[in-house]
Each structure stands twice: as structure tokens, then as C-alpha cells.
Write a protein that binds this ligand. Structure first.
Ligand SMILES: [Zn+2]
Length: 374
């Protein structure tokens, strides 16, 4: 029996933790390249600089250009070397976190991630997703280390537009179902080159799902009003920590594979990662021919939260079969996590599952309850 478990060095979640950032950064290095998301840069840069200077950490603060792509990674890599940075800090969304992780890996520097939205499971993992400058998925890169520290200021995350929290719920919804796929197909996780999951990894993926079922709707309603309730705190943890540990320790499958397939369609570029993953998750359940009650419940869960469940929700109109085939072809490219799904797959079978899910979700959205539920 072998198994492996991996995760970030530290995870800290507390309201106003941004004011204590230097406490977590200073033990990791003396010279920091701090990457801040565009729209937060002007507000946070003076605060972060002041804190780091007080803690005697040299700070070079840089505005993130917006895409985790090779030109941006190269630009920041050069800046970090010029600054002799021994720690890279990424403050912002998932792409900022992944860019910071890739630059830190290239420099063999320590890394800290400060998510300001809870929209993806990127912050805690040793996986970074690189896109083209136009936003097309290129590669999931497996890094030798997880972030040394992940610091979540819940007061900032709760004030972000609720759409981000809901997208994070969509991303986290895939965690348990993809873990189940990987367990059934006996696929390896993403820890230390790939091992069977530990009981801890599986328990975390299950708990992620339980938290979503219990608190997601309450959290969305509170987040729409900028309120930070216990449900919001739980969902921030589920989206950021549980989902991240869950996918890294148990593996991804067709939910993320279909997401990757969707990124080749320009029509879907306005959608967030987690929104596309939510749709991919529903397609995964159809592809695996899970119980109707389960698929029905998850479609309703997504519809209630405002996550996409139909191709129309993804801005796909007209030749739906053509779209489904293009998604399926990209999802089944060699090396994709789709192949961890425990059923035999062809482009036609995946495309048909996408179209069947679309038809079922349209029917559920139209009103009548699906027969055979229960
Ligand atoms: Zn994801």
C-alpha cells in the first residue's frame, strides 16, 4: 500500500488578516516581489509596502497584467531576478496565484498567496495552469512545492462581487465528484509525481461537498449583500482550502477536462473558470451515467446558485452538436485529466453526454420535475 498527501505550509483565514501580512511574509524571505491584481493594485500597494518595510523586507510591488501566460511570467521572472527576490507574493485571483507560483518555482524562491476572491481552488495547490495571452488553456504544470503560506482576509473576500464566490462554488462542486472518478478508475493524484490518495485526502474532498450542500445558498445570499456570515466563511474555506486539497490529493477528471475543452470556444471566454467547471461537473455525472436523482439535484443546485447548466448559459447557440464535438475533442487530447474518468470515452460519447446534459438541464429549468427522482 502506498499513498501520498500534499498541501500548503500554512493556511490562515481571518477577517483583516491583510493588516498582518508582514507577520507571515517576513519569516519566509528578505526581498519580496509582490504581484497585485490590476484593480486592487492602487488600494493595496501602499499598505503592503508600508508593512513589509516596517518588517525590514525589501518590497518590489508590481501590477499583474491579467493573464497567467508565458510573456507575463517572463516579464516578472526578469524583475524578480533584478530585485534578487527570495519570496514571491501573489495578491489577487487564481491567475495571479498561479503566476506567482510559476515565477517562484523558476527562481527557487518561497511563495505566498493572498487570495482576494474565493473563485478558484488555485491558491493552495502545487499545480499552476498556464494560458495563451488570448486566454486559451495551454498546460497544467505540476510544481515541486506548494505555496509556503496562503493568507485569506475574509473581510476582503466577502466584499468582492458575489459572482466570484459562486464561481468558486462551481469549481469546488467538481472536487468530490472528480475524486470519486479517480478512486473508481484507480488513477494517481498530483502529489510527488502521483500516488493513490490518502484517507485524509478523500475525507477532505467529501467534506468539501458537505459544506457546499449545507452553506452555498446561504453564502451567496449573504455575499450579495457584502455580509461575512459563518456560511460565507465556510464557503471561502471550501472553495479555497478544501477544494484545493481535494483535487490535488484525489485528482481531476472530465469536469476539468470539459472546462479545458470549453476554453477553445471564444463564446465562453466571458465566463469564469468555476462557472465552466460547474457545467463540466454536470457533464461528468451524465458521462458516468450516475443516478438521475444525483444529476437532477446537482442541476437544481447550480440553477439555484446561478451557475451555468445549459449550453445557452455558456453563450453557445446554433450548431450545438458542432460545439459539443469541439469541446469533446479538446477534452480528450492526450494527457488530459478527462482520461481519469472511469468510463470508456470517444469524442462522440463525450459530445453526446454534453448534449444530453444540456437537454436535461433545459427540461429542469423549464419547470416540470423529472420523473423517477428519489
Ligand atoms: Zn478548478
Amino acid at each position: 500500500m502506498t499513498s501520498a498527501y500534499g498541501g500548503p505550509g500554512k493556511y490562515i483565514q481571518r477577517a483583516a488578516e491583510m493588516d498582518r501580512l508582514a507577520l507571515h511574509i517576513a519569516p519566509l524571505g528578505r526581498s519580496a516581489l509582490v504581484l497585485i491584481d490590476g484593480f486592487l493594485h492602487d488600494r493595496l500597494a501602499p499598505l503592503v509596502r508600508g508593512q513589509l518595510e516596517q518588517a525590514q523586507v525589501a518590497a518590489r510591488i508590481e501590477k499583474f497584467a491579467g493573464e497567467c501566460c508565458q510573456p507575463e511570467i517572463g516579464r516578472l521572472d526578469a524583475l524578480a531576478r533584478q530585485h534578487h527576490a527570495d519570496i514571491i507574493v501573489g495578491i489577487g485571483g487564481g491567475k495571479t496565484a498561479d503566476t506567482a507560483k510559476l515565477v517562484a518555482t523558476a527562481l527557487d524562491a518561497r511563495m505566498a498567496v493572498v487570495p482576494t476572491i474565493a473563485s478558484t481552488d488555485a491558491p493552495c495547490s502545487a499545480v499552476a495552469v498556464r494560458y495563451s495571452p488570448e486566454g486559451v488553456y495551454e498546460a497544467s504544470l505540476h510544481l515541486p512545492r506548494n505555496p509556503d503560506a496562503v493568507i485569506v482576509d475574509t473581510a476582503i473576500v466577502a466584499k468582492a462581487p458575489a459572482r466570484f464566490l459562486v464561481a468558486g462554488i462551481g469549481d469546488a462542486l467538481s472536487t468530490w465528484f472528480e475524486a470519486r472518478s479517480n478512486i473508481e478508475s484507480r488513477s494517481s493524484n498530483y502529489v510527488a509525481g502521483g500516488f493513490p490518495p490518502t484517507r485524509a485526502g478523500i475525507a477532505i474532498a467529501r467534506e468539501c461537498h458537505e459544506v457546499l450542500m449545507r452553506d452555498a445558498l446561504k453564502a451567496r445570499i449573504a455575499a450579495e449583500r457584502g455580509l461575512c456570515t459563518a456560511a460565507v466563511e465556510n464557503i471561502i474555506e471550501a472553495n479555497t482550502l478544501l477544494s484545493s486539497l481535494g483535487f490535488e490529493n484525489c485528482g481531476c477528471a472530465a469536469a476539468h477536462g470539459i472546462h479545458d475543452g470549453l476554453t477553445v470556444l471564444a463564446e465562453t471566454h466571458g465566463l469564469l473558470h468555476g462557472e465552466k467547471v460547474a457545467f463540466g461537473t454536470l457533464c461528468l455525472l451524465m458521462l458516468e451515467n450516475r443516478a438521475l436523482a444525483e444529476i437532477d439535484a446537482m442541476v437544481r443546485f447550480c440553477q439555484e446558485l446561478g451557475l451555468p447548466t445549459t449550453m445557452a448559459d455558456l453563450n453557445l447557440h446554433g450548431d450545438l452538436r458542432g460545439f459539443a464535438r469541439r469541446i469533446a475533442e479538446a477534452a480528450l487530447a492526450p494527457g488530459k485529466c478527462t482520461h481519469a474518468t472511469p468510463v470508456s470515452m470517444t469524442v462522440d460519447l463525450v459530445a453526446d453526454a454534453i448534449l444530453a446534459l444540456d437537454a436535461l438541464a433545459c427540461r429542469i429549468a423549464a419547470g416540470p420535475r423529472v420523473e423517477g427522482k428519489g
